[in-house]
Design a protein around this ligand. Sequence first.
Ligand code: SAM
Length: 472
Amino acid sequence: MYDPKSLKASEFISHQEVLDTLEYASENRRNAELIDSIIQKARQRRGLSHREAAVLLDCELEDRNQEIYALAEQIKKDFYGNRIVLFAPLYLSNYCVNGCVYCPYHYKNKNITRKKMTQEEIRREVTALQDMGHKRLAIEAGEDPVNNPIEYILESIDTIYSIKHKNGAIRRVNVNIAATTVEDYRKLKDAGIGTYILFQETYHKESYERLHPTGPKHDYAFHTEAMDRAMQAGIDDVGLGVLFGLELYRYEFAALLMHAEHLEAVYGVGPHTISVPRIKPAEGIDPSKFDNGIDDDTFAKIVACIRISVPYTGIIVSTRESKECRERLLHLGVSQISGASRTSVGGYCEPEEEDQNSEQFDVSDRRTLDEVVRWLIELGYIPSFCTACYREGRTGDRFMSLCKSGQILNCCHPNALMTLMEYLEDYASAETRAVGEMLIKKELNNIPNEKVREIAIKNIDSIRKGSRDFRF
Ligand code: SAM
């Protein structure tokens, strides 16, 4: 039985409801009248139900698809402006007791070097990340109660926040670790994490159990209900995601939106972010062995449909994707990207030797952060290192209300400009600095509130003179 308010995975992600949704979408994929009415509803920018969104994803009418892309781009502009938030992953440990068949960390893999960073090594990695200009990290670890217990994760978070190297600081630590208990989520909340991110991998229970044959992650309900426990523990910024390629993308898409609806129905706040990873080659992992890989066009359609279905949710795309692919997705709704990522444990200080192989997956976009920042600026985006919302307590529904109130241009926009100025002062190459300065000058004029504009101009001036960390 389908019930978005239920706390049981089998009821809020009802398999039958997903199948019925897919059938409804397929029957209506050329139904111009229905498709038009759904696009019309999406134009009101209050989102779509999973059924409506599934119809648009399946839509075979080319002119309507173009409308969907244009609307996704417009909604992105309306809610997020032209800011793109930057972050980097930090791999703490690749010890793992699970048997996930798509992941090189699976415990049977004897061909990767197992590493767990000491606090001293974390200090060195974070210093290297600060020296690039990063302010926001996502920490990643395999699941291993002995090697990576929650105490290790908490100590690492403390270490990360404590490092102040030159003008650097990590101001927001997002956490991507395995599903855990309410008690552990409470500890993460108390440690001051930003978003708790957990990819569902696949919502299809039978496939999930086959793809996670052994280890604690095998438990579909425990994994799928993780965000409920995180919310109950007071973490109100949670990040969803599926690993595209494992199951039929239509199934994942409908279920992902059902998950978002469930969070909204029970906790009054949807997911803070949705990530859209695709399976990549890794040690012993060949993506072509998975039957459900999606091409770039399908991927773009998925991102556009997510954008218009959950307008207030950030969309994250990592360096798993190439520069070209990321560029296309930026237009369609992506609001956060990683830059200069290393997916090996300790990889920022010591790039890996061929035979070490502790990487989680191959990275497609290998540019430096400076190159990524310049590229964004040249495309007309504002690279943002802002972490203000979470530090000002604007999490969960308070962040959503900021989005809904249309105050982003008076708040997030100047914050993005001020943090970009910090980046230009402290880390940018001369070329990036030149284009960045021009962008800031131009974008300051786009702050509607005169008072806010004046303060932003004053703060940017102070940043030039050496002050740091201003925020609205
Ligand atoms: N161990 C944690 C868990 O159980 O959720 C999460 C951390 S894991 C380091 C981060 C994510 O990388 C996984 O959730 C998975 O979706 C993704 N991943 C694993 N293998 C991958 C591959 N071959 N290509 C792309 N992404 C992969």
